[in-house]
Design a binder for this molecule. Structure first.
Ligand code: MV4
Length: 455
């Protein structure tokens, strides 16, 4: 019996088109796979640890992202000079840029992510929404497509009931949204939002949804190979965030039960397979006050918070991304059926004032990492490193695992108390307050939770 021969290749060398902890995380996966690595860095990151840990490193430009980590020509040149087989985009920067994925492919480089046309489709939020609805994934009541006129918007809003939310088709992640409480406000808010969206995203297309005032943000992690196999790796609870910046994530969500998880996973497996989506991705949902889940958008990249899913599934998501891109099948990559076991929590340790959230770049003069059973730290920082002011303020991700949520919380409290960062402000004290909060401990919170912690 001959096994079906699939066109899988082995990468010899991968370029990581990113910086910080995620660049280090991708280097770890490459080392585990025996694949050599090329780091790219800006002039501000000459002494960053991703440069040190990669087999080769190339400077791609000045500190400003637009002239380095977002400079497609510089990155492609670096890939050609170093003769890599593939490019891992990490998160942020060029990770969801369909044009970049396309240039990689036309340059003979495998882009470790979905195909360009699928990235493009998922970036048009109203089309992703229509697609999911057709596939039987629950979506919020809303417009069938792009709003054609203020009159149509008023008609739809009257049917749905106020409040409604206007969203930019090309937006996402909270940009280009307007909440409308009554019909009288709608025409002017729509015009404002359209103008803002055209300026920011080059498209003023808007759509409309029923507004959920106190939602939980819950997202499902998936892996899809290049042969139509899809696996759902459970969900993450991401409601504790401020201004669309997540601060803490966990898996599983305290608000999702086994039946609901199974229902959503079944619907998503079918929808994702039909969409032609490949590699790793996340499907975001909002949970309303009655506990129902509604699709909102797809993130076509690996996310900051992927380690909590790794802890509860035992699956290395970044390694899986690389193996999928090599043409391997999910049955080859995954050890057996996907099961969720125990509980994991991630605290984002940011260089910022824990009360005001004001960024706090500068030199770390003293640094000690926690460890011990059930603790993982993903970081690029070290004693005497300098946090540049040009990029996001994520210094480390502190992730704990426990056999249940209580154990994961206690281990987080232990690890936070043993995490020492001197010379800059960090969000560690804020996380200590969250861990001690009775509502957090009870799993009783929504996206408005953090308002109580901001001064
Ligand atoms: C919503 C919403 C309420 N109702 N959509 C913000 C991020 C983007 N992905 C979608 N967002 C929201 N969409 C409807 N129909 C509230 C938000 C929202 C939010 C969502 C998740 C996490 C934090 C949030 C904070 C403010 C608003």
């Amino acid at each position: 019996m001959g096994r079906l021969c699939l066109p899988s290749v082995r990468f010899n060398k991968i370029l990581i088109a990113n910086r910080g902890e995620i660049a280090v995380r991708v280097i770890c996966a490459c080392k585990d796979l025996g694949i050599r690595t090329v780091a790219v860095y800006s002039e501000a990151d000459r002494y960053s640890s991703h440069v040190r840990f990669a087999d080769q490193a190339i400077c791609i430009g000045p500190a400003k992202s637009a002239r380095s980590y977002l400079d497609v020509a510089s990155i492609i040149s670096a890939a050609e000079i170093t003769n890599v087989d593939a490019v891992h985009p990490g998160y942020g920067f060029l990770s969801e840029n369909a044009g970049f994925a396309e240039v990689c492919e036309t340059s003979g480089l495998k882009f470790i992510g979905p195909r360009p046309e699928v990235i493009r489709l998922m970036g048009i939020k109203e089309r992703a929404r229509a697609f999911m609805r057709e596939m039987g994934v629950p979506v919020l009541p809303g417009s069938p497509g792009v709003l054609k006129s203020p009159e149509e918007a008023l008609e739809l809003a009257a049917e749905i009931g106020y409040p409604v939310i206007l969203k930019a088709s090309a937006g996402g992640g909270g940009r280009g949204m307007r909440i409308v409480n009554q019909p009288s406000e709608l025409p002017s808010l729509l015009a404002q939002a359209q103008q803002e969206a055209s300026a920011a995203f080059g498209s003023g297309d808007m759509y409309l949804e029923k507004f959920i005032g106190a939602p939980r943000h819950i997202e499902f992690q998936l892996l899809a190979d290049e042969y139509g196999n899809v696996e759902i790796l459970g969900e993450r609870e991401c409601s504790i965030q401020r201004r669309h910046q997540k601060l803490l994530e966990e898996s599983p969500s305290p608000a999702v039960n086994d039946r609901q998880r199974a229902e959503i996973s079944t619907a998503l497996r079918k929808a994702i397979a039909a969409s032609g989506y490949t590699n790793a991705g996340t499907v975001e949902f909002l949970m309303d006050e009655t506990g129902k889940l509604y699709f909102i958008e797809v993130n076509a990249r690996v996310q900051v918070e992927h380690p909590v899913s790794e802890f509860v599934t035992g699956i290395d998501i970044v390694k899986s991304q690389i193996r999928i891109a090599q043409g391997e099948t999910l049955p080859e990559i995954l050890p057996g059926p996907v099961t969720l076991r125990g509980h994991s929590i991630e605290c984002r340790i940011n260089a910022e004032n824990p009360d005001t959230f004001v960024p706090s770049p500068g030199r770390i003069t003293g640094f000690h990492l926690p460890g011990g059973i059930g603790v993982r730290v993903d970081t690029w920082a070290y004693t005497d490193c300098v946090i540049p002011p040009y990029y996001d303020s994520l210094v480390a991700k502190l992730v704990t695992y426990g056999s249940d949520r209580g154990e994961a919380i206690r281990r987080m409290q232990r690890a936070l108390s043993m995490f020492i960062v001197e010379g800059i402000h960090t969000s560690i004290p804020m996380h200590q307050r969250i861990m001690a909060d009775p509502d957090f401990q009870a799993g009783n919170f929504d996206t408005n939770f953090i308002k109580r912690f901001a001064k």
